[in-house]
Structures are given as C-alpha cells and as structure tokens.
Write a protein that binds this ligand. Sequence first.
Ligand code: FES
Ligand code: FES
Length: 228
Amino acid sequence: MPPRLPGKIPIAVTVNGVKKEAEVEPRLLLVHFIREDLGLTGTHVGCDTSNCSACAVLMDGKVVKACTVLAVQAGGREIMTVEGLAKGDRLHPVQEAFLAKHGLQCGYCTPGMLMSAYALLKENRHPSEDEIRKGISGNICRCTGYAQIIESVQQAAQQPVVTAGSGGESVGSAQNCVRPLGTTRPGPLLGFSVLGIVTTAFISKPVFTIDVEHLEQEEGESGCVFCH
Ligand code: FES
Ligand code: FES
C-alpha cells in the first residue's frame, strides 16, 4: 500500500461499477473528486448555492447533489454518474429520449437532469406528468422551459417492462430488476414473447420472462434496459 499522504484520508468508492481508491482531503467535495480526481467531467457545477442539481449523481441508488457531499462520505458507497448510463457507444434509453424530444439546449443541466429522470423511472416506471415535475423539481434548466424535458421523460417511460414468474405472471416491472447476476439465454418459454432468461438475486423467483416487444436484445445481455 502506498504511503498515506499527510492530512489525507483513504477512501474506496465504486464509481459506475468500478472500484476506485484514493486519498482525499477531508474538505474535498464529491463533485470535485468526480470531476478532477476521476476525470468524469460529465457531472457539472452549475451554482455555488446548492440549488441547481447540475451536479446530481446517484449514491447507493439515490439522487444526491455531489456539491453537498464530501468525498469521504462516499467511501464504501456506490456512485453512478452520467457516464454510467450509456453502454459503450449505445446511449441509455433516457438519453435517447432526451435527444429525440429535444430535452436539452445548451446541455449544462442535462447530466443532472438525466440522473434525476433515471432515478425517477427506476422507482416509478409510469409516472404521471405531475410526478415527473416533482421528480425533476430540484433540477434547474435555464434554457428549455422544461416542456421538452417532461416529454423526454414521458418517452423514456414508454420502454418495455420486465415481468417475472415461471407461469408468466407479472410480479414486477423494470424497477424490480435491479442488478441481474446471470446472463440471458435465448429460448421460447410458455408462449410468451421471451428472448431470454435472467437470474437475479433481487426476488425469489429466479426466472424472468421479458416483454421485449420494442426492445433490441443481444445475447448475453440483460433484458432490462434499466439494469447495468
Ligand atoms: S452545483 Fe448547483 S446544486 Fe450542485
Ligand atoms: S439545457 Fe441549458 S440549462 Fe438546461
């Protein structure tokens, strides 16, 4: 282990699924750790009053303003930034929806807006307009007037859901399928439009049927667009 720097505290934090170890000053804000130490500049700083949420990231699945959290408080936690949304060069459906519906103009608020929208849709797959407004209410956009942002989230909410159960009964939707441990296998099951079987640790029923009417799925991938 390298020698500890004076005045610094060692932390280990998982960022977008990758474990990072660092030594940080106790006063270092998470947003600066993410941007300057890790080089993930998608997370923005839009104010100095903790009002704009341009810096929003997920910490253990919950939206936090990274300018209000110390880097040391992220030790042992899982952080997801906007860079964690896309899979390689394939945008996440929430990002696709913002593109399609013109949910951004200058783009400065967009990373935080995307993370809030993503978190909302993980909790609530079919939010009403009021629920969307509430879900992004902490995020300030100075350009769009919000109408296209709301339409973007509504479009993202049209993504397919995941149903579960060996009998095909629906016991959950995409928000239940948080982190599959297994991989999908192609194969028909009980006459449903099944492209794969995924094993998760999240619910007791290990077999998922996947409603994939509009979902492009590649063998070996999770069937749930909200899983990583
Ligand atoms: S940078 Fe504005 S709330 Fe964090
Ligand atoms: S798109 Fe410019 S601040 Fe939102």
